[in-house]
Design a protein around this ligand. Sequence first.
Ligand code: NAG
Ligand code: NAG
Ligand code: NAG
Ligand code: NAG
Ligand code: ZN
Length: 473
Amino acid sequence: MLWTASLCLLWALSIVGAPVNKQRQRVLLISFDGFRWDYDRDVDTPNLDKMAMDGVKALYVTPPYLTITSPTHFTLLTGRYIENHGVIHNMWFNTTTTEKRPYYQTQFVNEWWDNGTLPIWITAQRQGLKAGSLHFPGTASSYQGQVAMVREVEPLLYNYKNETAWRENTDKVMGWFRDQDLDFVSLYFGEPDSTGHKYGPDSPERREMVKQVDRTVGYIRNSAEQHGLTDSLNIIITADHGMSTVYRNGLVEEITLSKIPGFSFRDLSFHLVDFGPSGMLLPKPGKLEKVYSALKGAHPHLHVYKKEEMPERLHFAKNDRILPIILWADPGYVINGYFPVQFHKGEHGFDNQEMDMKPFFRAVGPVFHKNLEVGPFETVNIYPLMCHILGIQPEVNDGHLNATKHMLVTSATAQDVNFLRNVFTGLAAVAGFLVIVFIVMVSHTMIKNKRKNKRPANLKHLPEKENTKQTAF
Ligand SMILES: *[C@@H]1O[C@H](CO)[C@@H](O)[C@H](O)[C@H]1NC(C)=O
Ligand SMILES: *[C@@H]1O[C@H](CO)[C@@H](O)[C@H](O)[C@H]1NC(C)=O
Ligand SMILES: *[C@@H]1O[C@H](CO)[C@@H](O)[C@H](O)[C@H]1NC(C)=O
Ligand SMILES: *[C@@H]1O[C@H](CO)[C@@H](O)[C@H](O)[C@H]1NC(C)=O
Ligand SMILES: [Zn+2]
């Protein structure tokens, strides 16, 4: 009777066990800062083309507003719009003391990043997975006391464009996957953003940098293969925002706030301008209407909004950190304070509806379709996609799997594998227990019956036990 039951269980386990042997799926999220959706159109990009053949390419993706680096990267890691995750600017600031900290220093201001939303590293780790991050914005901070278990933050004055370092970082991350068995890593490259700012998005320098990115994409895929990760690693490559050409005086009438009649900096207690095309103002008590009506309509390419009147589609209002008056300029323009101090040839930070602000999106790996081009979607949807592939329960977020699930081959997602793993682990525990009971009973009976023989019979059953252990991993 027991014998039959055990056999049945082992048989059942072998059936359930079959799909469990399928590889568990990992995710590498890569951002090439400022890689606009169409940067592959005027440059030869054999490796990006190969990746599209082997995987999925989106026409473009839409970043959240405000289209600047730290806020949009934190959206990639959380699936939340910027007003919901709270990292509303690259710069930490205090309106009381008027202190501001630049991009790099803000990476280390925990309270700025840890404002109630957990990045995917922490969520994955809480659900038993292992996560890492290299140079990705947000890596330096801790979240509810936790950090990515393997992480590297670049030093101040880091050379973000060194291709040799890019290759070393790539191999380092692949080593983390292979040797430390990580499930998720986010990896950041600071280009072609800097080159786009300095020389403009239409420059030969930007095209050269896109070639460097393309070589690196080839290197990344090759390194994954060298590290034996082909069957388990899904690589998503995207960016935080695009880039748009800025025009100077002579070509356009620049926006300089101090020149606007009726506007005075003396009516403000705090301001954030001279930061590309976006700005935020905190008027002194009783001065909001005066500041607002002076600026509204003052320049044909300057948009002026009270926080509560911000267009809903921008999702950039409902947060205490956002200041009462929000400004942004049309492409071609930046917002100057007292006088022009910005000399970049390329900028971002514009309305996320502008095509120049759209990043690229590519994905390749076992869970993705091959040679599939999909339509555009918002980058808030990348987070639920990654959670689905990893088989983890996402936090509350503003994205939906609906927007991306057509990229996936229907059968083999990690969620199924992980679900089956749980079922299987449960069954294996029961089976293991029964097998042990069975062995004990059988050997007890045998020892009793064949005591004269003096040979222990229980050893015979050891292979079955081993078998159970192995498949339960
Ligand atoms: C800003 O600074 C003031 C004065 O030091 C302090 O009371 C306040 O808590 C600070 N606010 C933030 C958000 O750090
Ligand atoms: C987010 O930061 C604001 C200050 O900028 C603070 O008042 C608020 O309590 C923080 N919320 C959380 C959940 O940390
Ligand atoms: C580039 O990185 C490599 C490897 O980290 C380093 O040896 C080299 O000095 C770097 N070159 C520059 C110009 O920063
Ligand atoms: C997702 O798609 C399904 C089927 O098209 C639809 O019924 C559902 O409402 C969608 N959910 C969201 C949140 O868009
Ligand atoms: Zn950026």
